[in-house]
Ligand binder design. Structure first.
Ligand code: PRX
Length: 647
């Protein structure tokens, strides 16, 4: 299981960081964080350089997380303006459209800068300024990056909603952060299918709580017909037209908010994860550089969507702050055929490719031929993110995609962490398939037992971080107490990730998955509570309990136990209605894979649903139910086991 893939000496010889450099940096970041991060901060351009570097206490009585607090800077200036003098004509974005027959578009740093400034000016004219929240609901097109950077330029806080989310999810988020303006497109295009983005926004804005929205800017993308409601709705090209190609940036304090991104937790509605300007920007740039051994001539491609944190950190802020050339892909891995990823790599001579295990598993299922039909000679490094990668998929990625030539960086991190925390460094770390390996400098992981005792040596436990790093989230938007309660109360004095993890005898970390009520479906985080709320909205549903179960392609699937109201009979039609209900409420990513009709749910005498038991039934492991003696009615379990999904 734990076979070792030692660092290739040829890779190490050209790598930016040596093993000795890593050891030195790790030790210095631990012993003298002010000196280490003070030095690292010089990789950003500041109006006022920070003199106070780390100001952190995880102590609940004196809680604070501040980095570079007296510094001033602007994130868009760091991603654009500072490259203009020497690299203005370097390609920043290569846009590869959904259809391979459409023409790829290249934007240099100078062109990107001009478009960002024009949109920033337009936003200012529309009354948007520092601290205002702007919602972005766009497909994977250059305007997504332009919109984010235009917000950053004028100090507006962007809140990106994934293009796959339904109107209800848009409305909840818009209402929670009281957004004044939404940037969307007529339609999205994925795998040849149109996504009615503007129509979804229209539907969202009919829902309660969304009256804060004054303006909707619409990108003309597919040219599909949309309903423009004047004066609320404006075409984006029309408002940008004639705007100057320069725009005075807002001077931001290091701890001014940069963006909000909603993510699912174990309870309640998604939380607005708040990231601030300097620490986040530095962390995304630093980790992008170190993890991917970045060279000026690299062509980087991260296949994530900008609607997720991976797109924020490794499509927008990290790569652009580093002056990198990168691919932005609108499409999907299986359209028009299963060679698409590899064809795009050949077409744009991609050198670093960063994707998710779910995509690798789906492509692996199609066999080697679609890969072998392409060259992939340009590739020198591969990356994985979003969920544990099973060793079989890792080996296929390594042997078939990378032809045993490219190291794989399996990067563990979260929306909350802002950027990568645990990962191999190519040229430094020997690889083990399925292990995220070792922490980056500044990252102090530990494993704790249920009581919060730190465990030593080779062991398994809950993954916590004992100290802060600059990219850490700063708050839950509008609810700072929820931030503290969610992450710092379970184990006082530590940040709790919600992940379980094993550490082997070599000190390598192996993430085993979430230990809370969060399901990771194809690398997308879904809270069981959200799916349950969507199900019980249906008039025929009395109660619902949702758990994850192992799924060959998606990593985890969604398994729902549904109790119907008295007198309602289960039927295929009702099952379909319930699935549709969840899709309408949340979006297609939350589609239940299996609904089991449950005459009753296993509960303790105090009425608490015993999810441990439901998980085991969903996993098809009815012999591992454990202690059921505390159940109010043990016969419920027998009936569920008898009617469970067949493996
Ligand atoms: O369970 C871990 C899993 O994804 C969770 C974070 O999800 P999200 O905030 O949506 O961010 C995804 C992109 C960083 C984590 O708590 N996860 C992420 N990367 C890995 C992983 N699990 C194992 N290995 C990884 N490389």
């Amino acid at each position: 299981m734990s076979d070792l893939y030692p660092v290739d000496p040829a890779f190490a010889a050209q790598a930016n960081l040596s093993a000795a450099d890593y050891q030195r940096d790790y030790a210095q970041a631990r012993q003298d964080p002010d000196a280490f991060w003070g030095q690292m901060a010089t990789r950003l351009d500041w109006y006022t350089a920070p003199t106070v570097i780390k100001d952190v206490s995880f102590d609940l009585k004196d809680f604070r997380i501040r980095w570079f607090a007296d510094g001033q800077l602007n994130a868009s200036v760091n991603c654009l303006d500072r490259h203009l003098a020497t690299n203005g004509d370097k390609t920043a974005l290569i846009f590869e459209p959904d259809s391979p027959d459409a023409v790829a578009q290249k934007l240099t740093y100078r062109q990107l800068h001009a478009r960002v400034c024009q949109l920033a000016n337009a936003l200012r004219n529309l009354g948007i300024g520092k601290g205002d929240r702007v919602t972005i609901y766009l497909p994977m097109i250059p305007e997504a990056a332009i919109a984010m950077l235009a917000c950053a330029r004028i100090g507006a806080i962007h809140m990106v909603v994934f293009g796959g989310f339904a109107p209800n999810s848009i409305a909840d988020r818009v209402a929670d952060c009281t957004s004044k303006l939404i940037i969307t497109a007529d339609e999205g295009l994925r795998g040849g299918k149109k996504v009615p983005l503007k129509a979804n926004v229209d539907a969202a804005l009919k829902l309660p709580g969304t009256h804060s929205v004054e303006t909707v800017l619409v990108v003309r993308h597919t040219g599909g017909a949309v309903d423009m409601q004047m004066p609320r709705d404006r075409w984006l090209d029309a408002v940008m037209d004639g705007q100057p190609a320069t725009c005075e940036p807002e001077r931001m304090h290091a701890e001014d908010p940069l963006f909000i991104l909603y993510t699912s937790g174990s309870t309640g509605k998604p939380k607005g994860v708040l990231h601030t300007t300097a620490g986040y920007l530095l962390w995304s740039a630093y980790t992008h550089d170190v993890t991917f051994d970045l060279k000026p001539e690299d062509v980087f491609w991260c296949t994530a969507d900008v609607g997720w944190v991976t797109g924020h950190s490794y499509i927008v802020y990290g790569p652009l702050a580093n002056g990198c050339t990168e691919v932005m892909f609108e499409g999907v891995p299986n359209y028009p055929n299963f060679s698409r990823f590899w064809e795009v790599i050949d077409k744009h001579q991609v050198t670093i490719f960063y994707t998710a295990p779910t995509a690798i598993r789906a492509l692996m299922r199609e066999g080697e031929a679609p890969v072998r039909a392409t060259s992939r000679k340009s590739l020198r490094l591969l990356g994985s993110v979003g969920e544990p990668i099973n060793p079989e998929a890792w080996r296929w990625y390594f042997d078939v995609v990378g032809e045993a030539r490219c190291p794989i960086v399996d990067t563990w991190w979260q929306t909350e962490t802002g950027g990568i925390l645990i990962t191999p460094i190519p040229g430094v770390t020997d690889l083990k398939p399925g292990s995220a390996t070792q922490p980056l400098p500044g990252v102090v992981p530990a494993l704790v037992d249920a009581e919060g005792h730190v465990l030593h040596g080779a062991t398994e436990g809950n993954l916590v971080l004992l100290d802060s790093w600059p990219g850490q989230m700063r708050s839950v938007y509008g609810d700072h107490q929820r931030f503290i309660d969610t992450y710092f109360k379970t184990y006082p004095g530590m940040y709790f990730s919600g992940d379980g993890c094993r550490r082997d005898a070599d000190g390598y970390y192996w993430i085993t998955g979430r230990v809370d009520d969060v399901i990771n479906v194809s690398g997308h985080r879904i809270g069981t509570a959200e799916v349950e709320s969507a199900l019980v909205l249906h008039k025929d549903v009395a109660e619902a309990a949702v758990v994850g179960f192992p799924h060959d392609l998606k990593g985890q699937g969604i398994y729902a136990y549904v109790t119907l109201k008295q007198g309602i009979e289960p039927s295929e039609a009702l099952r379909r209605e319930l699935v549709q209900q969840v899709r309408n409420e949340i979006g297609p990513t939350a589609t239940p894979d299996f609904i089991q009709w449950a005459p009753g749910l296993p509960k303790t005498r105090s009425g608490k649903i015993m999810r441990r038991i439901l998980r085991k039934i969903a996993e098809n492991a009815p012999d591992q139910l454990g202690d059921t003696t505390t159940l109010a009615d043990p016969s419920v379990v027998e009936s569920l086991v008898q009617n469970r999904r067949e493996a």
